[in-house]
Design a binder for this molecule. Structure first.
Ligand code: 13P
Ligand code: SF4
Length: 311
């Protein structure tokens, strides 16, 4: 394997040779974000995957994101540097259990967070991301009953925001679940003027202290506009790379876990993708995402509804 600068130039050479686009989520390492063709939140990455005219999508994110790219762009080769890059929310929601839950509530529609398997997408009516959930819920008639899964914190946040009951699936993100309210309040005492921006996957004990709650792209926009010189960021800390690039004169502090620092809030699944694995997947065009066509078409319906309703 090439190393250092050679590795970066080899990735670049392979990207051109294979007519590949490298898509990356904000939770990837700074090096991966910097060499990607496009960095975005889950909704932006889905849109980009649907639009691109590249032959190959090298997806630097987690598996449900790469699956989404394949569902929307089936004619393209979609590679994921590490197939074990999963998500605790996806794991919390096995399709057969979700199916039984739906069947137990036949008068409810299933509004489902994009952080789930293709099978669960196929069992859902409308997919949402954290950046599109509000716009989409506001278009659903008030008397329509809703099942929301798999993230109960995003669901309960939306439920409070819209003052609307939803049946919540009991899944959580292990990364956002690990923030500590006690440590956050200690940090806030040290920086009383610093606002807190939080992702809605955080539990209510964190969200209630936030000045801004939104998706990764929403948090980045807030970082561009907040007044003051310090911001406390309650989401996966790799996003801070974009903030430091855009606003080098300001200070961004990752919200702490129980040990008082933000390193326990690194997403272990996202961290499986490395530059070396990205190089190898561009070289070999493996590991590849493959989805059975009948399943893909079913999952595409709920994703298409999201893309229509979110715009
Ligand atoms: P965003 O859609 O806000 O980028 O969130 C994706 C995610 O996995 C958050 O943990
Ligand atoms: Fe899943 Fe949480 Fe990692 Fe996002 S941060 S990919 S929700 S485990």
């Amino acid at each position: 394997l090439p190393t250092g600068e050679d590795l970066l130039s080899e990735i670049d050479r392979l990207r051109k040779e294979k007519n590949a686009i490298i898509l990356a989520h904000y939770y990837q390492s700074a090096q991966i974000q910097d060499l990607a063709d496009f960095v975005g939140d889950s909704l932006e990455l889905s849109r980009k995957a649907a639009e691109t005219d590249a032959d190959v999508i090298a997806f630097c994110g987690v598996k449900f994101m790469a699956d989404t790219a394949k569902i929307l762009s089936p004619e393209k080769i979609v590679v994921l540097p590490d197939m074990d890059a999963g998500c605790s929310l996806e794991d919390s929601c096995p399709p057969e259990k979700f199916k039984a839950f739906r069947e137990a509530h036949p008068d409810h529609i299933a509004l489902t967070y994009i952080n789930c398997s293709t099978e669960v997408k196929a069992l859902s009516d409308i997919i949402v991301t954290s950046s599109s959930a509000e716009t989409i819920i506001s278009q659903i008639p008030e008397d329509q009953k809703i099942i929301f899964g798999p993230d109960r914190h995003l669901g309960s946040y939306m439920s409070r925001k819209f003052n609307r009951d939803m049946l919540l699936w009991p899944g959580v993100c292990i990364v956002h679940e690990a923030f500590s309210e006690t440590e956050l309040l200690k940090l806030k005492q040290q920086h009383p003027d610093a606002p807190i921006a939080a992702h809605p996957e955080c539990p209510p004990t964190i969200v209630e202290h936030a000045d801004y709650v939104g998706s990764t792209s929403g948090i980045l926009q807030f970082a561009q506009t907040f007044e003051g010189d310090t911001l406390i960021v309650a989401t996966e800390p790799h996003i801070i790379h974009q903030m430091e690039k855009a606003l080098p004169e300001k200070t961004f502090i990752g919200a702490p876990g129980a040990d008082g620092n933000c390193s326990c809030n690194i997403c272990p699944y996202m961290a499986l993708n490395t530059l070396e694995k990205l190089y190898a997947c561009l070289r070999d065009l493996e590991p590849r995402i493959e989805i059975e066509e009948g399943l893909r078409l079913k999952a595409k319906q709920s994703l298409d509804r999201m893309l229509e309703m979110a715009s």
